[in-house]
Write a protein that binds this ligand. Structure first.
Ligand code: HEC
Ligand code: HEC
Ligand code: HEC
Ligand code: HEC
Length: 201
């Protein structure tokens, strides 16, 4: 019993650290936007990750914030316009990078590489890509990781898929052994996966 408690404290501490440390660890200024990834990831023979992402709920996360359902949900926490509030955008937009403040802005004449309307993009899951998107790096997983890629990207899911989501349903998923849970990474991944036939597991 004592051991279990000790373990859960350790797990909570690790999670707390991950959540607080996330902004620093994932420097938003290194985000390069879906168009940059699409340059190499939109052909059918490599799995067209770009099209799969566009068809996924993540690409529509800003649109969703405009619905009547969304506004009603927001009103309960004192937010009038969910499409403008960091309280919603921290998880619905990569440009907010898990914080309540817009992180990726235009600098002088240089337009922002990621805008709020892009919703939840590749880089919220895979990490900011500026330093790993060169082809020579991309071909080598160890180098990708050394240059900021989050691997496996399933480590990112629960930064947003957690009880802080006002849409959280504690029984959204049913596990293999019949337990009801709010999020199940394996089943959720099945719904959004975009494999490249050439990538080794
Ligand atoms: C210059 C072309 C190019 C660009 C730009 C690019 N990639 Fe890649 N990416 C590749 C290639 C090539 C592979 C390796 C595929 C293979 O092994 O056959 C790859 C592999 C990957 C993998 C799998 C890594 C692994 O080892 O499992 C991920 C994830 C990925 N890219 C994400 C991204 C993201 C996100 C972006 C944008 C930030 C991006 N890529 C931009 C060419 C590119
Ligand atoms: C930056 C925040 C963020 C991250 C990281 C994230 N998601 Fe999501 N996800 C969302 C939001 C926001 C929605 C709701 C989008 C909508 O309906 O407009 C969503 C919706 C979904 C849905 C549809 C709802 C459901 O549960 O059936 C699935 C499936 C999903 N995400 C899977 C994943 C998986 C798997 C990962 C990790 C690999 C992940 N997400 C990472 C924010 C995120
Ligand atoms: C902690 C991250 C997080 C925050 C903060 C957040 N959302 Fe979401 N939102 C999600 C995720 C993840 C989903 C996908 C469903 C789920 O698993 O909760 C989602 C889904 C939704 C949906 C779709 C309903 C559904 O059941 O799929 C609506 C509407 C929504 N959010 C509105 C909002 C509003 C309005 C705010 C701000 C008041 C907000 N969200 C703040 C993460 C978040
Ligand atoms: C919701 C989170 C999420 C988003 C958004 C997302 N991915 Fe992924 N992606 C994953 C996960 C999880 C995997 C499985 C491998 C891993 O865990 O890293 C994956 C795998 C890949 C792979 C390797 C394919 C393979 O067979 O393993 C490539 C390439 C890739 N993603 C590119 C992209 C690109 C490009 C975008 C944006 C257009 C994108 N992803 C958006 C979560 C995401």
């Amino acid at each position: 019993m004592k051991r279990t408690i000790g373990l859960s404290i350790a797990v909570c501490a690790a999670l707390g650290f991950a959540l607080n440390g996330v902004a620093a660890e994932r420097d938003a200024s290194l985000c390069c936007g879906t168009k940059a990834c699409a340059m190499c990831h939109k052909k059918d023979d490599v799995g067209n990750q770009f099209a799969k992402w566009q068809a996924s709920p993540h690409a529509k996360a800003i649109e969703t914030l405009g619905t009547a359902e969304s506004k009603a949900m927001a009103a309960k926490v004192g937010v009038t316009d969910p499409q403008k509030s960091g309280k919603c955008l921290k998880c619905h937009s990569t440009a907010y990078n898990f914080t309540e403040e817009l992180q990726v802005k235009a600098v002088g004449d240089a337009p922002a590489k990621i805008v709020v309307e892009d919703a939840v993009t590749c880089e919220s899951c895979h990490g900011p890509g500026k330093n790993y998107k060169a082809k020579a790096v991309m071909l080598d997983r160890a180098q990708c990781i050394a240059n900021g890629m989050v691997y496996p990207a399933t480590k990112s899911c629960t930064l947003c898929h957690n009880e802080q989501s006002p849409a959280w349903k504690a029984d959204r998923y049913t596990t293999k052994d019949g337990k009801k849970v709010g999020f199940d990474v394996e089943q959720a991944y099945e719904k959004i996966k975009h494999p490249d036939p050439a990538v080794k597991k």
